[in-house]
Ligand binder design. Structure first.
Ligand code: BEZ
Ligand code: FE
Length: 279
């Protein structure tokens, strides 16, 4: 085979350049990436102008990203890649709670709150009592589990999207289970909201006639010593966007019936048990 790249030998020629002592996993990943990328180009046969549009899209995706905004993760989310990587890495036995996409709006160091406290600080929205237990696969309660929760507010924005407008740590809190494994807190009944769509990913969605909406959900990050961390949400049953979540995060097992209550202060109730797999 000649060393010069031709249309026929392009992927093999690029891969043959790799050094003999390249890390084996990196070699495998790069080989596969080059093969798939060249096959994609051969399939699509982009014009020069189309290739420039692609380069410009990737350039703008990088340029809009910073410490607070990660447009590449958003791109991975809307292409279903985040959920695929998660599925590959978190194959769990039946009965264990399923993961879903982490999203960009978690903030480390949210206030630790007492069981039963409210996380809703802006007085907006309908309040909901969230209850449940953290269990292992044998149904035994897990004491000392950390339940880190966050949601949008009733206008569809996370506190970090509206600094100065929403109280800091609005709709966020960290709870620790006692001997019974139970958790209990007051939050809002969340609302569906569009992902940030003022950048290249939003423009791409528009061009391919996709909406930017996520169905209403409450985020949970559940951690306990000796158990695999759960990164998930519960989704509000009946939401208009359950079948078309822009980031493909919905799973049947995570859809919860929010019940009406007779309590004027917390007119809604949602119950969900988390079942953790041992490490
Ligand atoms: C979220 O649920 O917070 C989210 C997930 C993926 C992309 C954007 C937002
Ligand atoms: Fe969210």
């Amino acid at each position: 085979m000649s060393d010069y790249l031709t249309e026929d030998n392009s992927a093999e020629t690029v891969n043959a350049r790799m050094g003999k002592s390249t890390n084996p996993r990196l070699r495998q990943v790069m080989h596969s990436m080059v093969e798939h990328l060249h096959a994609f180009i051969k399939d699509v046969e982009p014009t020069q102008e189309e290739w420039e549009v692609a380069i410009d899209f990737l350039t703008r995706t990088g340029q809009i990203s910073d410490d607070r905004r990660q447009e590449y993760i958003l791109l991975s989310d809307v292409l279903g890649v985040s959920m695929l990587v998660d599925a590959i890495n978190h194959r769990r036995p039946d009965g264990a709670t399923e993961n879903t996409v982490f999203g960009p709006f978690h903030v480390d160091g949210a206030p630790r709150r007492a069981m039963g406290d409210s996380i809703s600080l802006d007085g907006k929205g309908e309040l909901c009592l969230y209850t449940g237990r953290v269990l292992d696969l044998d149904g035994q309660p897990i004491a000392g589990a950390t339940v880190d929760v966050w949601s949008d507010n009733a206008d569809g924005y996370y506190d970090v999207q509206q600094p100065g407008e929403q109280p800091e740590w609005n709709n966020r809190g960290v709870f620790t289970t006692g001997a019974d494994g139970a958790y209990r807190f007051v939050g809002i009944k969340p609302v569906s909201y569009p992902i940030p769509n003022d950048g290249p990913v939003g423009q791409m969605l528009e061009k391919v006639e996709r909406h930017p909406w996520r169905p209403a959900h409450m985020h949970f990050l559940v951690s306990a010593d000796g158990h695999e961390q759960i990164v998930t949400h519960i989704f509000v049953a009946g939401d208009d966007y359950l079948q078309s979540d822009v980031v493909f995060g919905v799973k049947d097992s995570l859809i919860v019936d929010y019940r009406r209550t007779a309590n004027a202060e917390t007119p809604w109730a949602a119950e969900f048990d988390f079942v953790m797999k041992k490490l």
